[in-house]
Design a protein around this ligand. Structure first.
Ligand code: AMP
Ligand code: GLY
Length: 426
């Protein structure tokens, strides 16, 4: 099969690495990819949202499967573009339709969906320009802290947690009246704050059947001890010690099954990944968010632990044969530690040469590029999150230590990484 993978991060490097191992994969193209993905396929300079250019490319290269990494093209209807075009409709697209992607693309849609299907989530209310004054009244009385969420996609920045009613009203005003996140914040979800430990669970589904392919815990804050600003994710561990069989059964029964049933009963076409962002409150899982794709850096631990042929799983998913698949997960722990540019998640420099990439990082270590670019003979930084080093170990502590040893061989000016990934499980 000829496969086109859309995206350019660590997630896509991990997916490219995995798919290239499949005997079903003949040619792999990555649009646009990064300096790491070119080791597993051909990077092509096409944007993830340039659907018309993708069409020409797919026809020229006889593409059989398109795997969509990030949420943006999904919310923009990449699945529908392929399926509504006679010349492209035969191509397997891994990713939901635009309607299905609303689970991530609209917080109000996902909250209403959870309510319709009795899926446990934080209590909430939604407001827009017309109900702005009611929103202010609501916030004046709301218990603290208060969670405010822009309805639409806001590059992971649209959730703000406020410690006072005044701050919440200020943020709410700048979201709705000041369009702080553009149209994405023209509607706002106000949510009850849930205190607990978070975990992400990943499912592959064709919209009626599903398989759980793994789970992970992400470390979102920039600083050690979970302090400082939120980032896209500074590292991950898998498995998460509290996610035992009993817990996962509960997640399946209370959350995954009703979600898939809900997609089916509402006729939402969905052939792709569902990322369940969960929080554990008094031993009960609640949905914090849905994403319509794999996580980054979660993919960098979930995919290395998955022993199945990923391309074969995608084919089975498309044919409606997921039920017959047996998911096999590596017993070992896997962790990933993300090296970021100095200043991230604020302003940072790009185009800094990265040293040490030619060295072997050691047994049981995998290097995934996130924000990198080939500049002549040199690989340079090209984003806030630059590299993810993943490692296996008999337990989390060993995996983290191995990943850190691998990272010590790499350097670039301003490079920073958290040394305490997985700290609470040591
Ligand atoms: P989201 O973009 O929806 O994943 O939210 C980003 C982060 O905000 C989550 O990973 C949580 O850490 C936090 N968060 C979101 N909603 C809540 C909530 N209702 N209670 C507590 N924390 C939340
Ligand atoms: N690591 C969180 C995400 O991919 O949304």
């Amino acid at each position: 099969m000829n496969i086109l993978l859309l995206g350019s991060g660590g997630r896509e490097h991990a997916l490219a690495w995995k798919m290239k191992q499949s005997p079903l994969c003949s040619s792999l193209f990555i649009a646009p990819g990064n300096a790491g993905t070119s080791a597993f396929g051909i990077n092509v300079n096409i944007g993830v949202n340039d659907f018309a250019v993708q069409k020409t490319f797919c026809l020229k290269h006889n593409i059989d499967m398109v795997v969509v990494g990030p949420e943006d093209p999904l919310v923009n209807g990449v699945y529908d573009f392929y399926k509504n075009d006679e010349a492209l409709e035969h191509i397997i697209v891994v990713g939901p339709s635009a309607k299905g992607a609303q689970l991530e693309g609209s917080k109000t849609f996902s909250k209403q969906f959870m309510q319709r299907h009795n899926i446990p989530t934080a209590a909430y209310a939604e407001f827009d320009d017309l109900s702005f004054e009611q929103g202010v009244d609501y916030l004046e009385e709301h218990a603290l802290p208060i969670v405010l969420k822009a309805d639409g996609l806001a590059a992971g920045k649209g959730v703000l947690i406020c410690q006072s009613n005044e701050e919440a009203i200020e943020v709410f005003t700048s979201m709705i009246k000041g369009r702080q996140f553009g149209e994405a914040s023209s509607r706002v979800v106000v949510e009850e704050f849930l205190a607990g430990i978070e975990i992400s669970v990943f499912v592959l589904t064709n919209g009626s059947d599903y398989k759980i392919i793994g789970h992970a815990k992400d470390y979102k804050r920039i600083g050690e001890g979970d302090t400082g600003l939120n980032t896209g994710g500074m590292g991950c561990v898998s498995p998460v010690p509290f996610a035992d069989a009993f817990f996962m059964k509960k997640v399946e029964k209370n959350i995954i099954k009703p979600t898939i049933k809900g997609l089916y009963s509402e006729g939402l076409e969905y052939k792709g990944f569902v990322f369940f962002g969960l929080i554990l409150v008094n031993d009960e899982p609640f949905v914090i968010e849905y994403n319509c794709r794999m996580g980054d850096p979660e993919t960098e631990v979930v995919i290395p632990r998955l022993n199945n042929d990923l391309v074969a799983l995608f084919v089975a998913m498309d044919k409606g044969e997921l039920e017959e698949q047996r998911i096999e997960i590596d017993e070992r722990a896997c962790c990933t530690v993300m090296a970021v540019s100095g200043g991230y998640p604020g302003d940072y420099k790009k185009d800094i040469a990265i040293e040490g990439l030619t060295e072997g990082l050691g047994e049981d270590v995998l290097l995934f590029h996130a924000g990198t670019r080939q500049a002549g003979d040199t690989i340079v930084t090209n984003g806030g999150r630059v590299l993810a080093v993943s490692a296996f170990g008999s337990g989390i502590k060993e995996a983290v230590n191995t990943a850190k040893k691998g990272l010590e061989k790499i350097s670039f000016e301003g490079m920073y990484y958290r040394k305490d990934i997985g700290y609470e499980f040591e």
